[in-house]
Unconditional design. Structure first.
Length: 162
């Protein structure tokens, strides 16, 4: 089933984003999606005990998370914009390295957290080593928010199985 799930996860966005529905392009999309699904099914779906209901719940939660993350990216952009244009920019900038231990256990959860942090302006994931994250933050406000609600939301989506 993990191969079928992987194929669907890969082919559906490809079909929507390609905008080409002739047999040649759809056929190439099917072949490419099948190959990548075969090679990466273990990466996308490492937990074999999850049911279809669990997968659908995770998908729904992740879609909601993407919307929330988009909003957080907008807010972080505004924060960096204010800092960059402020006459007190030198006072507001406080670059620092923040290290924290995550409560996340699954590799996919850690991957999503690391990338979500990097996508948010003002923070960059420097290193992930086991459960330790090292993050570069541009300001004190950005550093104080780590890992925050992002980690909790990811844990609620991917760490809990019912």
């Amino acid at each position: 089933m993990k191969y079928l799930y992987s194929f669907i996860v890969l082919f559906a966005p490809w079909l929507v984003l390609s905008g080409k529905f002739d047999p040649l392009h759809v056929g190439m999309g099917i072949v490419c999606s099948l190959l990548v699904a075969y090679w990466s099914a273990d990466l996308l779906f490492p937990d074999r005990e999850a049911t279809l209901a669990d997968r659908l719940r995770q998908l729904a939660g992740f879609i909601g998370y993407i919307g929330w993350l988009f909003w957080e990216i907008i807010l972080a952009n505004l924060h960096v914009f204010r800092v960059a244009l402020s006459p007190r920019m030198n006072e507001l900038l406080a670059p620092s390295l923040v290290e924290f231990d995550t409560k996340l256990e699954k590799e996919l959860s850690k991957f999503i957290l690391a990338n979500s942090i990097t996508l948010t302006p003002g923070t960059v994931t420097v290193r992930v080593n086991g459960n330790k994250f090292l993050i570069h933050a541009l300001t004190k406000k950005a550093a104080d928010g780590l890992p925050g609600a992002m980690e909790t939301r990811i844990a609620n989506i991917f760490e809990i199985t019912r």
